[in-house]
Write a protein that binds this ligand. Structure first.
Ligand SMILES: [Zn+2]
Length: 219
């Protein structure tokens, strides 16, 4: 297994959307070798992220619940997982300091990929389903995000979608393939309900883990 240590990075945020042609879902056939995956659960503490319009559920809490399920799924398959947070608190007392620490962890040396877990919101309440973003210009990030969105859509029985290029702080990591996953829309009533259902959370987590492993097992 590869080793890791902490470095430093700086910050910003942006993104976009689209839809894609069908594809074949990936099936795991063998136990993978040890991989080093960094999982980032978005927001936390004073920064709760998006809020469910019907129930008031906090994105930060759902990111942790889904993220921990992803962590366990990857660990069960032999991966070494480093989390940016393990509880509901933020990493620091201000957004700036929180992001600086998050960036440092995401830049840990030896990581095979990084995965940030978030929940979405949008003014049009009919928009729903997961989306994946990679850093524009990153071939590794594009391949990783493509594998994850394919596996996610297959897992929840949704029409396939493209992964989207973007420019996000958590995907802007030199030389490490990174993906930002928006698991669903807290502005959509069906997604908001599903995202709080433990069975649905597990389905999402298994899809994310499968997509990540599919990417890592590619030659
Ligand atoms: Zn978020």
């Amino acid at each position: 297994m590869k080793r890791y240590f902490l470095l430093l990075l700086s910050c910003f945020l942006l993104s976009c959307t689209s839809v894609k042609a069908p594809c074949t879902p990936y099936e795991l056939t063998a136990k993978p070798p040890d991989y080093f995956v960094i999982l980032d659960y978005g927001h936390g503490g004073f920064d709760c992220g998006a809020v469910g319009l019907d129930t008031g559920v906090k994105e930060s809490d759902l990111n942790l619940l889904v993220g921990e399920r992803v962590a366990r799924a990857l660990e069960d398959r032999g991966c070494f997982v480093l989390r940016t947070r393990t509880g509901t608190d933020a990493l620091a007392g201000t957004k700036r300091d929180d992001m600086a620490l998050r960036g440092a962890i995401l830049c840990s040396e030896g990581a095979d990929c990084t995965v940030s877990i978030h929940m979405n919101k949008f003014s049009d309440r009919s928009v729903k389903g997961p989306m994946c973003y990679f850093q524009a210009g990153s071939e590794g990030g594009k391949a990783l995000a493509g594998c994850v969105i394919d596996a996610l859509c297959a897992a929840i029985g949704q029409d396939p979608r493209f992964a989207n290029p973007g420019n996000n702080f958590v995907t802007r990591i030199p030389s490490v393939p990174s993906v930002l996953i928006e698991c669903g829309f807290l502005s959509n009533p069906e997604d908001e309900r599903n995202l709080q259902d433990p069975d649905y959370q597990q389905t999402l987590a298994d899809g994310i883990a499968e997509g990540v492993l599919h990417y890592l097992e590619q030659p």
